[in-house]
Design a protein. Structure first.
Length: 104
């Protein structure tokens, strides 16, 4: 699993039937800096299925690979990444580096 920021939505009009009705998000993974004081964007984005109702700019928890197909939303679907949580806080080396609503 990893932490990412939701950058936007992806809309498709043509898709396989098992993807119908699934919300797609454009997410950008984040990385903790060398000092453990903040999270920085990686500069690369990809698409993940939203299983919990996340929105643009939310910090989210993402899982990939075969684990991405283990949620009720993604079971038996051709999915490689799924948002499984919205992050409330992140603590690194005993220090709080993110709190929802304060760092957004």
């Amino acid at each position: 699993m990893f932490i990412a920021r939701v950058r936007g939505n992806v809309v498709t009009t043509q898709k396989v039937i098992k993807m119908t009705g699934r919300k797609l998000l454009l997410i950008e993974p984040l990385r903790v800096d060398d000092n453990g004081r903040k999270m920085n964007p990686t500069g690369r984005c990809f698409v993940a299925v939203d299983s919990i109702g996340a929105g643009t700019d939310d910090l989210v928890l993402v899982t990939q690979g075969s684990s991405a197909r283990m949620t009720e939303t993604t079971a038996d679907a051709p999915v490689d990444a799924v948002v499984v949580g919205i992050v409330d806080t992140v603590t690194v080396l005993g220090g709080l580096i993110y709190r929802k609503g304060q760092n957004d």
